[in-house]
Design a protein around this ligand. Structure first.
Ligand SMILES: [Fe+2]
Length: 498
């Protein structure tokens, strides 16, 4: 049977005010509790608790350094079944809710009477004594499980939000500022860019929770100015830092500053601050901020790497295309014009941003395979013999092969390979028909043919626009996809005709 022996119960009292500590200790003794230890700070309390667990902890909320909330969260990690009573002079709903979420058992609003105190201590210790060892183990497992789920879900949310942000770097910065405020419960968030060459910080975003950032620019600049010294420390150490000020008059009583880095170099800092010491950040908030910045840094580094890699590949291919242009001036103007027509058609047909980008690359490079066609065939002014035409017809497959080395261009290779297929299956290289021809190849095919028809060639004059439109219409569902021709004529060509 569980018995409730008051004098065997150990109680840890934590308050930075000596008179309050003494008052509580005296009151507890009067109530029959003698195994009491009093300490003056959260850090001391944690050290003491680590050495020997206590049956009950009574802690002040607002203390310099480690506040009551941080202590509560740390104690719960060490022993989730330890009851913790939090004392505060200002028990607002916000504080109460967050303390309860961290696992506080009860509140004592200052000033309290000795009777209040003894009643709560008696009640909670008695409750604990009724629980069996097994009950306590279940409670501990439950607590640990809930904590793990909460942490993992938050980290998962952070990753997901960062990964799914599309757009430029500014969009990513705006997203992580909102994330930082939401996961830490902070009041203000500042994102500064660091110019290493000139040793300067530039305010990028300053956000007060629930307000428009534009109206707070002045305050943001003042914050940059007052935290410069601290920023430099973070840059030097290249690690996230939590600062809970000992000074009650401090401008930023609790703040976390985390660096954003690429290749181990700090290029920006993100800082969250809390309203006051009663909402001090904890090591959990610190780890969330670390997750945000690590993930964002990785995301931006990948993006940068991709862009420079992609840029240099495109440069290589464009120089290949240029080498065809040097031989055949027709293809130069042709590639640009086909790209423009194909993209406008794709937009008219509601293609996604990804499809448009893919079609843009394919259109620019669609005739890249002509690099392998000898000059006497490619530049021949007259009609081609059957043999020569056969050679010309190899250019889509050669183009596909040139791009084969780049895994990134999988979709584009397909579009290029099939840009000379026909709806009736009489095209090349594979004789695909109807909807078996990739959709974007059908768009490219219409744009390509229209531009070829409306351009002067050595062996024939250019067709007038209306004649070329007529040709497209006449060949609907013979050479071309009827829907693509419809969108092309009505949205891309006709609106520009007089
Ligand atoms: Fe072609």
């Amino acid at each position: 049977m569980n018995e409730y022996y008051k004098d065997a119960k150990s109680i840890l009292v934590v308050d930075d005010d000596l008179s309050v500590r003494t008052l509580i200790t005296d009151a507890l003794r009067e109530g029959g509790y003698f195994n009491i230890r009093k300490v003056e700070s959260g850090i001391q309390a944690l050290e003491t608790f680590r050495k020997e667990p206590y049956d009950l902890v009574i802690s002040d909320l607002k203390m310099p350094g480690m506040g009551g909330m941080e202590l509560l969260s740390r104690i719960k990690e060490l022993n989730p079944s330890t009851p913790v009573i939090i004392m505060t002079g200002y028990p607002t709903i916000g504080i109460t809710v967050s303390a309860m979420k961290e696992g506080a058992l009860d509140f004592l609003a200052k000033p309290f009477t000795i009777e209040d105190l003894i009643f709560k201590v008696d009640l909670h210790l008695k409750e604990r004594s009724i629980l069996t060892k097994e009950d306590l183990n279940i409670e501990k497992t439950n607590w640990n499980l809930n904590e793990k789920i909460r942490k993992l879900s938050t980290i998962d949310l952070i990753y997901e939000q960062i990964e799914k942000t599309v757009g430029d770097n500014d969009d990513i910065f705006r997203k992580i500022v909102m994330l930082a405020l939401n996961v830490t419960g902070g009041e203000k968030c500042l994102l500064v860019l660091f110019d290493e060459a000139n040793d300067k910080f530039y305010r990028k975003i300053f956000q007060i929770k629930g307000e428009h950032s534009i109206s707070n620019e002045g305050e943001g600049d003042a914050m940059v100015e007052s935290l410069k010294g601290f920023f430099k420390e973070v840059i030097l150490k290249r690690e996230v830092r939590l600062l809970n000020s000992e000074d009650p008059k401090s401008l930023y009583p609790s703040l976390i500053c985390a660096p954003l880095m690429i290749r181990n170099k700090v290029f920006a800092l993100i800082t969250v601050t809390s309203r006051d010491t009663t909402c001090s950040f904890t090591h959990k908030d610190l780890s969330y901020m670390l997750n945000i910045t690590t993930r964002t840094s990785l995301h931006l580094e990948n993006k940068l790497l991709y862009e420079s890699f992609f840029g240099s590949i495109m440069d290589t291919f464009e120089s290949l295309v240029q080498s065809i242009h040097a031989r055949d001036h027709y293809t130069e103007r042709h590639s640009q014009s086909v790209t423009k027509l194909a993209l406008n058609t794709a937009r008219a047909m509601n293609c996604s941003a990804y499809e448009i980008e893919s079609l843009k690359i394919s259109s620019m490079l669609h005739d890249i395979g002509k690099i392998a066609i000898p000059d006497h065939i490619l530049l021949k002014p007259g009609h081609l013999t059957n043999e020569e035409y056969k050679i010309i017809k190899t250019h889509p497959a050669i183009g596909e092969n040139i791009l084969r080395s780049i895994a990134l261009f999988k979709d584009e290779r397909k579009i290029i390979r099939h840009h000379h297929e026909r709806w009736d299956g009489k095209g090349y290289p594979d004789g695909l028909s109807g909807e078996n021809i990739p959709f974007h190849s059908r768009i490219l095919g219409v744009a390509d043919s229209f531009d070829a028809m409306t351009t002067d060639r050595p062996y024939r004059k250019a067709l007038k626009t209306d004649k070329a439109i007529g040709e497209l219409q006449r060949n609907c569902n013979i050479q071309f996809d009827k829907n693509v021709v419809g969108a092309f004529i009505h949205t891309v060509i006709s609106p520009h005709l007089d």
